[in-house]
Design a protein around this ligand. Structure first.
Ligand SMILES: [Zn+2]
Length: 275
């Protein structure tokens, strides 16, 4: 898509999470995609018109890329049913990019680039966990005075963007911090970070880097861009391992991974070594 022009845009079903604007095709057609980016779980395409196409996969959305009507390398088995092809971008270089979404929780909207910072969907998001802005000082500031658990704070997209349940459980385990600990205990009275904040930031970055290197976690239908399954689910140390021995405590204690429910989500942790 990058550097190519949107020669033709087809919307077959406007009923995504929010209805696709009536003038969507008109505003896109003829525009060049100047760059592609990402913010939290939103995909962003910068257009020559000065607008940004903001896309979200929702629960079941995926893109597939074809060239001259043949399946390309980015071809997902799960999106074979063309009945769920809702939006098709025909690019000037012969590539077609098709958005497929059986459950239609995905979304697409156009926003002026100059208004992007004020966009309600993006405005409140915390920093990217792998970016330089996310460090112990920032995390401590965000957690200071918070009357919630550390687990809930890390799932709060205003604290850090894009961390999900699996990676929060794994990061807390690596940092040896209890998910039940009060979020405020990683900061001192002046909201300055303590050793826990530093360990937690390091663990979050490490678990995400490891997961990316393994192609992500395929629990249901996540696929890598080449269609292969991710491998990181085999490296979970606590997530979905209730009743299994803690690998860290093994040899010293016979502690088993425990599952509790926090804010309606499962938490997996070791009650012995996560303090
Ligand atoms: Zn343990």
């Amino acid at each position: 898509m990058e550097g190519a022009r949107l020669a033709k845009v087809e919307v077959r079903d406007r009923r995504l999470r929010w209805p696709i604007a009536r003038d969507f095709e008109k505003r896109l057609t003829g525009q060049t995609v100047e760059g592609l980016g990402r913010r939290a779980k939103y995909l962003l395409a910068d257009l020559s018109s000065g607008e940004v196409l903001l896309m979200h996969l929702g629960m079941s959305g995926s893109f597939r890329v074809g060239k001259d009507a043949a399946p390309g390398v980015y071809y997902h088995e799960k999106s074979k049913s063309t009945a769920h092809d809702h939006v098709v971008f025909h690019m000037s270089n012969g590539v077609t990019v098709t958005f497929n979404d059986p459950r239609r929780f995905g979304s697409m909207r156009l926003i002026k680039r100059t208004k992007l910072d004020a966009e309600p969907l993006l405005r409140g998001l915390g920093p990217e966990p792998l970016g330089n802005a996310f460090d112990a000082a920032m995390l401590a500031r965000a957690c200071a005075g918070k009357k919630t658990s550390l687990k809930a704070a890390l799932l709060d997209q205003r604290v850090v963007a894009g961390l999900g349940n699996i990676y929060v459980c794994e990061a807390l385990y690596r940092a040896r911090l209890s998910p039940k600990r009060m979020a405020s205990t990683i900061a001192d009275r002046q909201a300055k970070p303590n050793a826990r904040a530093a360990a937690l930031v390091e663990a979050i970055k490490a678990v995400l880097q490891d997961a990316i290197a393994a192609g992500g976690s395929s629990l249901r239908d996540h696929r890598r861009t080449d269609g292969a399954l991710g491998d990181f689910q085999h490296n979970f140390q606590v997530y979905d391992r209730e009743g299994e021995p803690c690998q860290n405590c093994k040899g010293r204690k016979n502690t088993k991974i425990r599952r509790i429910v926090q804010n309606g989500r499962s938490t997996f942790y070791c009650p012995s070594c996560q303090k």
